[in-house]
Write a protein that binds this ligand. Structure first.
Ligand SMILES: Cc1cc2nc3c(=O)[nH]c(=O)nc-3n(C[C@H](O)[C@H](O)[C@H](O)COP(=O)(O)O)c2cc1C
Length: 150
């Protein structure tokens, strides 16, 4: 069975809600899926999974949230070649850098060799029903791609 780690940082629950939708969909699609908050996870754990889904809200001036910084720093130097990945997160369009954390994480995953399999999901505050549907599709997509690959 393929395995997926969904790891996220969320302060007020918006990104967490989407993380739960994604993880439930991946599980339903047959992947052995673990859902963790970033501060309970270690970046090296990424090496144990076939699929990686990372979510983070954006903080400061388009920055990564504090709860995600240790995890992000720990990603440096990991070889994620062969992993399939997706990224999501909540933001607020009134800030000049909308969902900047999502872009930063996507770029880092690509730099480390992971294959980002779909356009990253950005949503304002809580995900709408359509955005939750996309979240669900991301979980299913990754689980489906991994079941074909393994
Ligand atoms: C001090 C502060 C700075 C923020 N900076 C940004 C930003 O630069 N870009 C952005 O898209 N959203 C920004 N946001 C909005 C949050 O990302 C947004 O409220 C999000 O829904 C929080 O997600 P969460 O519920 O998962 O914690 C900021 C919010 C606060 C309070």
């Amino acid at each position: 069975m393929s395995s997926i780690l969904v790891v996220y940082a969320s302060l007020t629950g918006n990104t967490e809600e989407a993380a739960e939708v994604i993880a439930a969909a991946a599980r339903e699609a047959g992947a052995d899926t673990v859902l963790k908050e970033a501060f309970d996870a270690n970046a090296e754990e990424l090496l144990q999974y076939d699929g990686i889904i990372i979510g983070a809200y954006t903080w400061g001036d388009g920055e990564l949230p504090d709860e995600f910084l240790d995890f992000y720093d720990g990603m440096a130097g990991l070889d994620l070649t062969g992993k399939k990945a997706a990224v999501f997160g909540s933001g607020d369009t009134s800030y000049p850098i909308y969902c900047g954390a999502v872009d930063t994480i996507e770029n880092k995953l690509k730099e480390l060799g992971a294959e980002v399999v779909c356009e990253s999901l950005k949503f304002e505050y809580g995900a709408s029903s359509g955005e939750k549907e996309r979240a669900s599709e991301i979980g299913k997509l990754l689980a489906g791609l991994l079941s074909v690959a393994t």
